[in-house]
Design a protein around this ligand. Structure first.
Ligand SMILES: [Zn+2]
Length: 228
């Protein structure tokens, strides 16, 4: 098995591409997985769609409020090690909306799908705390509906996140995929922007089948990162 520690030590710039699996050890369910956040929901993609937010804001709010927020969750060893490595020589691009990479102190983070804890009014774009949002989704001053700044189904990714992610991937001589099956586009397409010859290592408990050259560390990510 490839030596991740040695690869990170040898690399000039390490970009981590992360998904829900890095946050499960912090108590946040891996959505899309069988026992995950969406398992008991009728149509999670609809519940988290822009159409639902616009047509049925109360349903949207109820789902998000009851299922998405884990404000007590703390970064785990994966977040902490990635923060230390990326602050020294690298970047993190994450699909996660939980904010835990930043909470671990990581400075060079691209939140590809946004951040649940950033709230704004759709009418006036004033920002709010998530605590305010969990009390009410109404902006009393103008009647606007609040929403989290995450990318919903049916919405385009912000251009800034795309360009920052492409830059982060293009800078790397080592790319580490962790906590994601790496099947959901456009996130999975980011690897197309890697330098020729960049090393790609995937850390995952289940063996991944990816359409490009990579090396597999088949193990529990928490164990792997605790030993780095
Ligand atoms: Zn407003």
């Amino acid at each position: 098995m490839v030596d991740l520690k040695a690869a990170i030590k040898a690399a000039k710039f390490v970009t981590f591409l992360t998904g829900a699996g890095v946050s499960t050890a912090s108590g946040i369910p891996d959505y899309r997985s069988k026992n995950g956040l969406y398992a008991n929901q009728q149509d999670p993609e609809y519940l988290l769609s822009t159409e639902n937010l616009q047509r049925h804001p109360a349903d949207f709010y109820q789902f998000v409020k009851s299922s998405m927020y884990y404000p007590q969750a703390k970064p785990n060893a994966i977040h902490e090690k990635m923060a230390a490595i990326s602050n020294e020589k690298g970047a993190i691009v994450t699909q996660n909306v939980d904010g835990l990479h930043r909470a671990a102190g990581a400075k060079n983070v691209v939140e590809f799908h946004g951040n649940l804890y950033h709230i704004y009014c759709q009418k006036c774009h004033e920002t709010f705390t998530y605590q305010q949002y969990l009390k009410s989704d109404q902006h009393a001053a103008d009647g606007g509906i609040l929403r989290p700044d995450i990318v919903l189904y049916g919405e385009a990714l912000p251009e800034q996140a795309i360009s920052q992610a492409i830059t982060a991937v293009g800078q790397a001589d080592l790319i580490v995929i962790c906590g994601t099956s790496f099947r959901v586009a456009p996130f999975s397409l980011l690897v197309n922007y890697a330098q020729p010859g960049a090393q790609v290592i995937a850390v995952n408990e289940e063996k991944l089948d990816l359409p490009f050259a990579f090396e597999m560390v088949q193990a529990d990510a928490l164990d792997v990162f605790q030993q780095l």
